[in-house]
Write a protein that binds this ligand. Sequence first.
Ligand SMILES: [Ca+2]
Ligand SMILES: [Ca+2]
Ligand SMILES: [Ca+2]
Length: 437
Amino acid sequence: MLKISLIVITISVSFTQTTISGEISGFLSVENSPYFVVDELILAQNDSLIIEAGSQIIFMGNHRIRIDSSTVLLAEGTAEDSIIFTYNQNDYEPIENQFWGGMRLLHSGEKTIIFRYCIIEYMGPIPTGTPYAGVLGVYDSNIIIDHCLIQKNSGNSMGGESSGVSITESKGIITNSVFKNNGNDENNFDVVFYGGAINFWGARPGTVVKNCLIYNNYAGMGGGVSIAFSGDNVIFENTLFAYNYALTFAGAAYIVFNSYPVFNNCIFNGNTITDPNEYPTFVTFYSHDEISIGSSILDDDNCLWKGHLEGWEFVPDENECGCDCPYYDFINVDPLHVDVENSDFSLQPASPAINAGTGEPDPDGSPPDIGPIYYHLTKGDVNFDDQINVMDIIAGIQFILLISEPLNSQAWTFDTNDDGNLNVLDIIQIVNVILEG
Ligand SMILES: [Ca+2]
Ligand SMILES: [Ca+2]
Ligand SMILES: [Ca+2]
């Protein structure tokens, strides 16, 4: 049952806009976009709603989307044509009751809800105590979030869950996505309690966050993410946590109640808490349980605390703070991003993250980089100027004569015969490349 009314307004050129509300299913075409949402949208049981690439869903007030009981929701944009969920920025001042109310995505059954190439932004505060909060509040469902930008969503008051995505008793596959400025207080709304970008509560097996950037998000605990009652079901791969901040504990990740997440090839940079004088040791992580960090980078300001609960009391049993964290396989250095001021988290050629990860090779054939944005290397181009010439040979000779130490990136680019040694054979290879022109 599709209840839409079509309004065609003519000014100097004609364009289409569509008003939607109430029970909805079927297909939202780009032709009839933008869609102005004037009341709550409810997706019918066992039905489907498919949104075409390029469509815009614009909320005209604090309305929400609710789906329940084996409904299929597919919002699959493309790299060229995103699907946008936002509030009406043209006609409204961004005041509290004119942001929208997010999506409550419940009981997908065997089906999977998909958001691909979507921009999902400007959810406003929703009533305190709303279950499964967050702009994507997922409960008892399967969801895929891929190539999405989830930004500038606010939360409800203290006691609520994430501003971004809440994965509750659900399986979430979250890849290639950016979470930024969720839960921060630019609009002076209250801070959410857990997980500024993502809150996991009883995550199901197979939940993964891969190749994502999570930065400038804010929450009471776990400015980036919060994980509870999830066992070892949550795995983070090649994900960046940067400049997230929390009111009390854990700028990057707040991990409690039988949760043992895995972080592999991840970067933690500049995460903090609002008042480090009060809780100076819970800057990056707060964890009751054993967590696993492999081949990752933490900057100097990050601290890791672990402990266990006795009743409700946190009892620290290991303090690995500052620069010396022997229990984990991470490098305590500056990851050397290109321009953090302007949120450019790509790597400089000297970054220690290059070729320092574990797993499958990067697309250039080099060992995997740590973090979500790999640095492309070319064999023989030792000085990264996109040319192979005598300057690369000169750089290589310095390594052979031990005049200078090669960077991670140079150790691979100069080793042109891939034998793991840097010597005259590599120079011969480079000379051949130059002579072949
Ligand atoms: Ca690499
Ligand atoms: Ca070069
Ligand atoms: Ca070699």
